[in-house]
Design a protein around this ligand. Structure first.
Ligand code: NAP
Ligand code: ZN
Length: 349
């Protein structure tokens, strides 16, 4: 065991602050990674502030991790010191259940999340990527294509896979009209993927100042969602809508934009239940679904796709000392479009 520098929150009302945390020495299948960048996902904020009522303190958030391998266990075959490596939301699972066998470790009943899950090795809970290093079983380490810039690649590990997976599953391709609701970390990746898959992309935003960016990021059209007239123009016309909104909102306004057999997939996880009108679904045989990140094989597929198509996030790089300020800005939808923490800033703590 060794101590690593990190940032943690001690309670739902405490700011994130400098600390040290225990990390295990690499076991035979483990890889030790020096963390270079970690994205700030809105799930980090929901968790730090206990908005989903499931947080164990102290919490070290962060599950959009990229770094460099510094040490490998004796049985590791896929990574060596010096390799680039990524870690997303998962660091372990039972590997034997039907979901694991099918590559959906994200649905394993015994999965270990990168932060906040029981830690099988050290006791307590797992600690995430707001830290200088972490130790992970090689099976949960992702390969980062060498042509991608590391700070902008970090958000692919959560925002990327969470938007890529449902779009792939729902057949987002050329000829489909696709909406993306909320232009934050997830939403801006959703726009990029829908564009790359060849769909006609419409971005929905509450922030008028994001209009030009929405077009630049790959939208064909932008709708200011608080303008009822603009919304009405698209009534009954979408094949698929991805809802990435992190806060309470009227989901019926978007269900009503779906065409016959259209699907709205929720990836946003607002703490309060959303009110769904039965008629929004009944009229037109519409469906409402959810989607949770993706498994390890699909996450690697997404990263390789991003390497081939040169897709990464638009990030604002910050030192870790600005993390609390960044959370306040995230709450105000004031980030274009993902914060990435430069972990070298932790060295001065
Ligand atoms: P984010 O960067 O804060 O983006 C959320 C966007 O939603 C904002 O930029 C804003 O876009 C819009 N929004 C915020 N408040 C709103 C309101 N009151 N009404 C309408 N729109 C509002 O967050 P994120 O990191 O992309 O995460 C989004 C959500 O997905 C979070 O709840 C997060 O926990 C969840 N999540 C789920 C998964 C999964 O596996 N399902 C994975 C990662 C994250 P505009 O300014 O364009 O309106
Ligand atoms: Zn996330």
């Amino acid at each position: 065991m060794y101590n690593a520098k990190a940032y943690s929150a001690a309670s739902e009302t405490s700011p994130l602050a400098s600390t040290t945390i225990p990390r295990r020495d690499p076991n035979e299948h483990d890889v030790r990674i020096e963390i270079l960048f970690c994205g700030i996902c809105h799930s980090d904020l929901h968790s730090v502030r206990n908005e989903w009522s499931a947080t164990v303190y102290p919490i070290v958030p962060g599950h959009e991790i990229v770094g460099r391998v510094t040490e490998v266990g004796s049985a590791v075959t896929t990574y060596k010191p010096g390799d680039l490596a990524g870690v997303g939301c998962l660091v372990d699972s039972d590997r034997t259940c039907a979901q694991c066998q099918a590559g959906f470790e994200n649905f394993c009943p015994n999965l270990t999340l990168t932060f906040g899950s029981p830690d099988k090795h050290l006791g307590g809970v797992t600690y995430g990527g707001y830290s200088e290093s972490l130790v992970v079983d090689e099976r949960f380490v992702l390969r980062i294509p060498s042509n991608l810039d590391l700070a902008t690649a970090a958000p692919l590990l959560c925002a990327g896979i969470t938007t890529y997976s449902p779009m792939r599953r729902r057949g987002v391709t050329k000829g489909k009209k696709v909406g993306v609701v909320g232009l934050g970390g997830l939403g801006h990746m959703g726009v990029k993927f829908a564009r790359a898959f060849g769909a006609h992309v419409v971005a929905f935003t509450t922030s008028p100042d994001k209009t030009d960016d929405a077009l630049r990021l790959g939208s064909d059209e932008v709708v200011l969602s608080r303008d009822a007239e603009q919304m009405q123009k698209h009534a009954g016309s979408f094949d698929f809508i991805l809802d990435t909104v992190s806060a309470d909102h009227d989901i019926n306004a978007y269900l009503n934009l779906l065409g016959v057999e259209g699907n709205l997939t929720l990836v946003g996880a607002p703490p309060k239940p959303l009110g769904v009108s039965a008629f929004s679904l009944i009229m037109g045989n519409r469906s409402l679904s959810g989607s949770n990140i993706g498994g390890i094989p699909e996450t690697q597929e997404m990263l390789d796709f991003c390497g081939e198509h040169n897709i990464t996030a638009d990030v604002e790089v910050i030192p870790i000392q600005k993390v609390n300020e960044a959370y306040e800005r995230l709450l105000k939808s004031d980030v274009k479009y993902r914060f990435a923490i430069d972990m070298a800033s932790l060295k001065s703590e």
